[in-house]
Design a protein around this ligand. Structure first.
Ligand code: ADP
Ligand code: MG
Length: 536
């Protein structure tokens, strides 16, 4: 009761002081954070999402929960966008980002209520963010061997899937990432080059990674062979068809002979193309668009097995695997453009035909996701994506940090110390920022069934007692005990932690700035914006 009265009283003062916008935005952030905080860490609970059609998804993935939720509040959408952006660039740490920013906002609302101007808070948060990033660099260690990398990937999968499956997916993800060492491409390379395909039946543990392109497709002519031990492959990034007659070039046909002549000319043209492929000794032809019906028997007679209608990404994977250039026109294909595949086969699984084309050059693979239900396969796919994203990024940035809230606790301690070197009001903002970081160990303790305040006190004491190992002491998310994360092998990659902290700070600042803009119109001394707030 007292709490409710307190809230009402606060709401009244907020209305008088015109802080309604900020209050509402913070409330939106907090409710979003509350929706997902119970999923954080190894003992995080799963969420069941049900859509309009009554289909359920069970997931432990914060960003999936948020992206599925139908949210209309602009601030909430902003926060969801930052967690998605965390997902895109770091592939992990999305829940952490959201709960961090909600906490940063909640703490800043308290400061605003005690009279601190939003722009001062923004300033303080920026300074704190920079200092925190510097500190991350100083406590990071290098994941030197495969075992450490394995621990990093396994930490990212904790709580999402069971132990055995997590080990299995970790190995596959590390292997897949290994295949991409030295490859050129953007941030999304691991998604582009590693195809995922769901195949029904089998157990999740049967999921496998194959050095091939696997896709649900059948050759255009069933009379051509089902298997092949390899040979020459050409990839046509276009169609094997005659050019259609343009509308303007319509011809009045009053003589059947003319029509026949046209048809023959078309067919001759198709035959020329097939002859060209035959001369190049092509065994396997992959065509992005269509293949003319008349060309089908010609190809078969020439001993060419053909497939049509491919996604561009699949063409790229195949091109990489087999060393084949993608060419737009048949006539332009030369000897240099031809690659070689090592085997091709078709298999019927659950009434779907799958084709598998193997190459030997690496650089692309297919992850076959198995599992008894589509929901399970989806979840296995999401987990593999996380694991692969982290494995792939570890190739270029192999510095790691302690997990289990150790990093954030250490940063909070450092920032509190650092804040004393700053001027008065910014100091308050930096302290608020430091306290916000502690939401990570607190939530991990809470989700493990421990008292968050007790755990935080024990943790801070343990960290400050130990100068060398201090920053590496955190909460074991399974037991709730305070232990050394290095010994436990609980590691977060530095890029995930860095992104989460910066992403949360930036989102919090943009929400604060909404308020700041309104405030600025009034001048900092006399905030009266009673008629500036849209009460909807
Ligand atoms: P996010 O979406 O933020 O990645 P997760 O549910 O994956 O959320 O939880 C990540 C957090 O859980 C990280 O802070 C990580 O250090 C921590 N964590 C993972 N496994 C453990 C563990 N065994 N003990 C303690 N903390 C862990
Ligand atoms: Mg995670």
């Amino acid at each position: 009761m007292a709490d409710v009265e307190h809230e009402v009283a606060l709401e009244d003062t907020d209305r008088i002081h015109g802080r309604t916008a900020l209050v509402r935005n913070v409330a939106a952030a907090v409710s979003l954070s509350n929706a997902i905080r119970s999923t954080l860490g190894p003992r995080g609970l799963d969420k069941m999402l049900v859509n309009d059609a009554g289909e359920a998804t069970v997931t432990n993935d914060g960003v999936t929960v948020l992206e599925t939720a139908r949210v209309e509040h602009p601030t909430a959408n902003l926060l969801i966008a930052s967690s998605s952006s965390q997902d895109k660039s770091a592939r992990d740490g999305t829940t952490t980002t959201v709960i961090l920013m909600a906490e940063m906002l909640q703490n800043s609302l308290e400061l605003v209520r005690s009279g601190v101007h939003p722009s001062l808070i923004i300033n303080g948060y920026r300074i704190a963010n920079e200092e925190a990033l510097r500190e991350l660099d100083s406590i990071a260690r290098i994941a030197t061997d495969k075992n450490m990398k394995r621990s990093v990937v396994r930490t990212s999968l904790q709580g999402k899937i069971d132990h055995l499956l997590s080990s299995h997916l970790t190995e596959l993800a590390l292997d897949a990432a290994e295949a991409l060492v030295g490859e050129e491409g953007g941030n999304d390379l691991e998604r582009l080059r590693i195809k995922r395909i769901q195949i029904s039946g089998g157990k999740a543990l049967d999921s496998e990674l194959v050095p091939a392109l696997v896709l649900a497709k059948t050759r255009i002519d069933r009379n051509t062979p089902r298997f092949s031990d390899g040979g020459n492959i050409a990839i046509l990034d276009g169609a094997l068809e005659n050019q259609k007659l343009e509308l303007e070039a319509q011809i009045e046909v009053n003589d059947l002979g003319v029509l026949k002549e046209f048809h023959e000319r078309d067919n001759n043209h198709l035959q020329d193309m097939v002859d060209h492929l035959h001369d190049l000794k092509i065994d396997l032809l992959i065509v992005r668009d269509g293949i003319a019906d008349d060309a089908v028997p010609m190809l078969s007679r020439a001993g060419i097995t053909a497939y049509r209608r491919f996604e561009r990404e699949d063409l790229e994977r195949l091109s990489r695997l087999t060393g084949t250039n993608m060419i737009r026109k048949v006539g332009r294909i030369t000897k240099e453009d031809i690659g070689s595949y090592s085997s091709r086969s078709e298999e019927n699984i659950g009434s779907v035909n799958y084709t598998k084309i193997e190459g030997t050059l690496g650089g692309a693979m297919t992850m076959i996701l198995r599992g008894s239900t589509p929901e399970l396969r989806d979840e296995v796919g999401r987990s593999f994506d996380d694991a692969l994203g982290v494995s792939y990024r570890l190739i270029t940035e192999n510095r790691i940090l302690p997990g289990g809230g150790a990093t954030q606790t250490h940063l909070a301690r450092k920032l509190r110390h650092f804040s004393t070197t700053q001027s008065g009001r910014e100091q308050m903002a930096i302290e608020a920022y430091a306290a916000a970081l502690e939401i990570v160990p607190r939530t991990l303790a809470e989700n493990a069934g421990h008292d968050p305040i007790d755990t935080l006190l024990t943790l801070s004491a343990a960290q400050s007692k130990n100068v060398e190992e201090g920053p590496w002491i955190g909460v074991n998310g399974n037991t709730g005990e305070v232990t050394n994360m290095y010994e436990e092998g609980i590691f977060d990659p530095i890029f995930v932690a860095r992104h989460a902290i910066t992403g949360a700070t930036e989102a919090a600042i943009s929400v604060l700035r909404i308020d700041d803009v309104l405030w600025a119109k009034q001048g900092p001394e006399t905030p009266d914006w009673s008629n500036q707030i849209d009460d909807n």
